[in-house]
Design a protein around this ligand. Structure first.
Ligand code: RNT
Ligand code: ZN
Length: 417
């Protein structure tokens, strides 16, 4: 693509936006600050480096066997570095506890320590990335159907210990990077079939969470992620949305909204302005459910743009952490990352370019035809000229040019694994 065309198209787009009261230059600066927490687990289909063998389970499943998945820490880092060359902006890397630098040692989950993450911290610093973190309670001999909600004290205590340690590791990461590390707690606990002790498991989970959160930290933030159901755990989920929303409001914890964890016709966007009123911040796992919580690659669809718009309309970019969560093993995994990150950024760009002043004026005046008309017209305003210019400014591939860069990387690197 000719760079001068990108420049010219941007100049025209800028004027067009000016005419509806939107300052594209300011929007570009804002977009530069929108960072995406990139989930490390797309690189290797949620395998990690524990060497426990593939234990599967936990209600989640990556499907597909596209060649070239990362097999070790060096390959994941190499892949993430490649991804970073194809996206503008400053981002974060979201690590799961099973991705520690264990150096071939078998380290059980209740023995995990910050030292296993120092090489990550150093590498992230070199790459200008901040780290986020997750406890991992799936894929382990003690996972079963119940972890933190297990009536068996020894199993429950094992997972409490793991999760406490994860909070400590997150604190160390936050200190090291001088920016709070966001730690997500998601457990798969549930039952396949009709469950008669629903209250009891939730009561146990509440007690476990209280024990985990006893210690206060300053350089990490806790978030708790709900879910509708897991594979093999279809009838009952201990950590349902009501459960964590209640817990989050009561204990002022951040609730994680994974866009695949709700009924398919439920609007996640509409949860934003409610959660913002009652919980301190919000964590997002932007994903794409197809018929169920399938974890397809995030694309620029109405669900994602509406979500971005609600955040921008609520002026809440500083209170919402944007993470991705999907694992598609059926396509080029670097491509999967780049599509998801760029689509998320595009959604926020569209949201930031919305002629919100005029729209609000119409709404306040009861001019609902005008509101609907402008919303429709805004969809086809030249936001993509602003997007291309954002890529140009960031010196990353413009438009579809990243396809060939990823093909090249596949030829030279991933196809040889
Ligand atoms: C599972 C949750 C959870 C996981 C990651 C790997 O349904 O979405 O966030 O995807 O922790
Ligand atoms: Zn998630």
């Amino acid at each position: 693509m000719k760079l001068e065309f990108v420049q010219k198209a941007y100049e025209i787009a800028k004027e067009r936006y000016q005419s509806i009261g939107v300052n594209a230059e300011e929007v570009l600066e804002q977009l530069q600050q929108v960072s995406v927490s990139i989930h490390c687990w797309q690189a290797d289909d949620v395998t990690g480096f524990e060497n426990l063998g593939n234990l599967g389970g936990g209600g989640i499943q990556a499907t597909g066997n596209y060649p070239g998945k990362a097999r070790n820490i060096a390959e994941i880092r190499q892949d993430i570095e490649k991804v970073l060359t194809l996206v503008g902006g400053q981002h974060r890397l979201n690590l799961h506890a099973i991705y520690g630098d264990f150096q071939g040692k078998i380290v059980d989950r209740n023995e995990i320590e910050a030292v296993y993450f120092t090489s990550w911290m150093q590498w992230a610093k070199e790459k200008g990335l901040k780290l986020d973190f997750n406890s991992t309670s799936f894929g382990h001999p003690k996972s079963g159907d119940l972890t933190l909600a297990n009536p068996d004290k020894s199993i429950r205590d094992f997972w409490i210990e793991h999760t406490r340690r994860c909070r400590h590791i997150s604190e160390e990461m936050g200190k090291f990077q001088n920016d709070p590390c966001i730690m997500n707690l998601w457990i798969h606990d549930g039952m396949k079939d009709l469950t008669v002790n629903r209250y009891k498991y939730r009561q146990i989970l509440e007690q476990s969470l209280d024990a985990i959160f006893e210690k206060e930290y300053r350089n990490m933030k806790d978030c708790i992620e709900a879910k509708l159901f897991g594979i093999g755990l279809e009838s009952y989920t201990v950590g349902s949305y009501d459960f964590y929303l209640g817990y989050g409001v009561k204990k002022q914890k951040i609730v994680t909204l994974d866009t695949g964890h709700f009924h398919l016709s439920e609007s996640i966007a509409d949860k934003i302005p409610s959660l913002l009123l009652f919980t301190p911040e919000i964590m997002l796992h932007v994903s794409r459910p197809i018929r169920w919580d399938s974890d397809h690659v995030t694309i620029l669809n109405d669900d994602v743009t509406e979500l971005a718009k609600e955040i921008v309309r609520a002026d809440a970019l500083s209170r919402v952490h944007i993470g991705l969560d999907y694992f598609d093993a059926s396509i080029n995994r670097i491509g999967a990352y780049v599509i998801g990150i760029r689509s998320t950024q595009k959604a926020f760009l569209q949201a930031l370019l919305e002629p919100i002043g005029k729209l609000r004026e119409y709404e306040a005046n009861g001019q609902y035809f005008e509101r609907l008309a402008l919303l429709e017209e805004a969809k086809s305003l030249p936001w993509n000229a602003v997007w291309d210019y954002f890529c140009l400014k960031n010196d990353v591939a413009i438009g579809e040019a990243y396809i060939s860069e990823i093909q090249q990387y596949e030829k030279e690197v991933t196809s040889k694994r």
